[in-house]
Design a protein around this ligand. Structure first.
Ligand code: ATP
Length: 290
């Protein structure tokens, strides 16, 4: 194989619970993850010249060893002493630093791409082991679909596929640093934790309305206090007909779940026209087949 084009899809958190702060500074989490259709396009081709060559449609994103695509390619190429080089063209649509795991998903796609291009024959589990070395969310981005993520996010249990629905994603024009959010989380003061096990039961029953009623992310307590616009977007999505709405990851992207396609499209138009969020996307749930 000489070239390959992959879709690196975004994820949302149906729930996000933080269980404890670990000695190493990381946090043990328990979260239900779901892939959505919004994707970055990752084109990869072998080159005779040795090295990793990256082109990105966003000029301010690094193309050197700071790019997660570079890290992923280097990890596999060094581990298997691959002699050719690789050219990666990354077309980003997923907003950066948004709580949508865009970078992790790009890295996951590059691992999958190198595996294909160089016929390494690695299984998904083996790729996930490599993925862990790049970031806690990378193994999930290789697996995709509906999953429970524990540990620091890398311990995965596949769940029954999430009910099909439309997803509106809206990212306000603010920057939220993930370390800042975790540092400011006061676990003892969190008054609402997600009912994760109950949510899993409702996913098994395909009960979208009930799931949408119980969306919960403990990190919202930190971000909403500082950035009320996150709450404003949540409110707007509900007013526009979302069955439920939540901030994804450490934010600032907010998503709304819709069972009505037209309402979801109208919500996108409303948020855009009123300048409530900078990036707004109409999307849907993605579950891999088989
Ligand atoms: P998460 O949901 O896992 O917290 P995120 O959506 O908040 O992820 P990303 O978009 O993955 O955040 O990017 C986080 C940081 O990683 C950014 O500061 C960005 O500069 C850097 N980065 C490196 N490579 C990439 C890439 N390929 N795409 C996006 N960001 C990248």
């Amino acid at each position: 194989m000489y070239e390959v084009t992959l879709k690196a899809r975004a994820k949302i958190n149906i729930s996000l619970d933080v269980l404890r702060r670990r000695e190493d500074g990381y946090h043990d989490v328990k979260m239900i993850m779901q892939t959505v259709e919004l994707y970055d396009k990752v084109y990869m081709r072998k080159t005779r010249k040795q090295g990793i060559f990256i082109n990105v449609n966003l000029r301010w994103l690094p193309t050197d060893d700071k790019n997660l695509c570079y890290k992923a390619a280097k990890l596999l190429m060094d581990s298997f002493q691959l002699e050719d080089g690789v050219y990666i063209d990354l077309y980003k649509k997923i907003p950066v630093a948004a709580g949508l795991a865009g970078g992790s998903s790009d890295a996951a796609a590059v691992l999958v791409g190198i595996n294909k291009l160089f016929r390494l024959g690695l299984s998904k589990d083996q790729l996930a082991e490599f993925g862990k070395q790049i970031g806690a969310d990378v193994p999930y981005c290789i697996m995709r679909g509906t999953a429970l993520a524990e540990g620091i996010g890398e311990q995965l249990t596949p769940l029954k596929a999430f009910p099909d629905c439309y997803v509106v994603l809206a990212k306000p024009d603010i920057k939220v640093s993930t370390p800042w959010v975790y540092k400011n989380l006061q676990l003892q003061n969190v008054d609402k934790h997600p009912e994760t096990d109950h949510l899993i039961e409702e996913i098994e029953k395909n009960n979208l309305k009930s799931i949408a009623n119980q969306l919960c992310n403990v990190l919202e307590e930190v971000t909403i206090k500082e950035y009320p616009v996150i709450n404003e977007i949540k409110r707007t999505l509900i007013e526009q007909g979302a069955l439920g709405s939540l901030m994804s990851g450490s934010g600032p992207t907010v998503f709304g779940l819709f069972d009505d396609k037209n309402k979801a499209k109208e919500a996108v138009a409303y948020i855009k026209n009123n300048g409530i969020a900078k990036h707004v996307f109409f999307s849907s749930i993605y579950n891999p087949r088989g």
